[in-house]
Ligand binder design. Structure first.
Ligand SMILES: [Zn+2]
Length: 279
């Protein structure tokens, strides 16, 4: 499942390649699952629009589009094409000659001759169109972990009795934090995953916020160096794997104190921590 840094990396890579381009033709597969907006309407609406920018919101990739009649240099977004990658989705920028991969559900032909393709074998990904004249812009329900302030971050956990790890994964609190980054940030902040969120001290929450931001930023930086592989014509995944401190290291020595890393289940997810470094 793509995590926040991967989605950010893809969004940046796609933005670099298609910003200012225009959608001239749209092809969609016949599978109904990927289309949150009916495919016929989506195809009709996308054709002709300029791509003003591509960015990440939560774990979604948002393509800001011009109004249907605007010029490519228009700066106000008139519509959005929202891509959720689901478990196995990929968004690729290709040449038209690139063989079409199995499970391709969308091909947007651009004025530059390139194609923007959505490939998703398991079909948990979703494609949505929003006309901003009639609907609100897409927003993730939770706060953005890269930019949230200390007070706002602490307020998320106030009065919540759920486990801190479960709170980190709760997408209505923070947008886009997945299992790896929850485990790793709790390790760096020295907090046990099964502490009650409302019992974690302010100083610990401050450390957690910084750890989360640092780990996500680091992962984005590493991923950024392989952007061309990730969204390249061949669709090969090139995301650089972080050297994890606890995630999937059950029984291996803690990198800080040599104590074997333990695994428990929290909120239905495998959870890894150091029983000595995390309190
Ligand atoms: Zn340790």
């Amino acid at each position: 499942m793509p995590e926040l840094p991967e989605v950010e990396t893809i969004a940046r890579g796609v933005d670099k390649r298609v910003r200012g381009d225009r959608i001239v033709e749209v092809w969609f597969s016949r599978h109904p699952q990927p289309f949150k907006t009916p495919r016929a309407r989506q195809a009709r609406e996308l054709a002709g629009r300029a791509i003003l920018a591509v960015h990440r919101t939560g774990k979604h990739i948002v393509c800001e589009l011009s109004s249907s009649d605007a010029k490519p240099d228009a700066d106000a977004s008139g519509a959005q094409w929202i891509v959720h990658l689901g478990m196995t989705g990929r968004l690729l920028v290709t040449t038209p000659e690139t063989p079409v991969a199995p499970h391709t559900h969308a091909r947007l032909t651009l004025a530059s001759g390139r194609e923007l393709r959505f490939v998703d074998p398991r079909r948990f990904g979703r494609l949505e169109f929003r006309d901003l004249h009639h609907a609100a812009a897409f927003g993730a329900p939770g706060d953005e972990p890269l930019t949230i302030g200390a007070d706002q971050f602490a307020a998320l956990f106030r009065g919540r009795r759920l486990y801190i790890k479960a709170a980190l994964l709760n997408q209505t609190l923070l947008a886009g934090v997945g299992n790896i980054y929850a485990d790793e940030s709790l390790f760096h902040a020295g907090i046990r995953p099964r502490r009650r969120a409302n019992r974690v001290a302010r100083a610990e929450l401050d450390r957690l916020r910084l750890a989360l931001r640092e780990i996500l930023t680091h992962a984005i930086r590493l991923g950024g160096s392989s952007v061309s592989d990730y969204v390249g014509a061949d669709g090969e995944r090139g995301f650089f794997q972080l050297e994890h401190c606890v995630y999937l290291r059950t029984g291996e020595p803690c990198r800080r104190c040599q104590t074997p890393i333990r695994r428990i289940v929290v909120a239905g997810r495998g959870t890894h921590f150091c029983p000595k470094c995390q309190r």
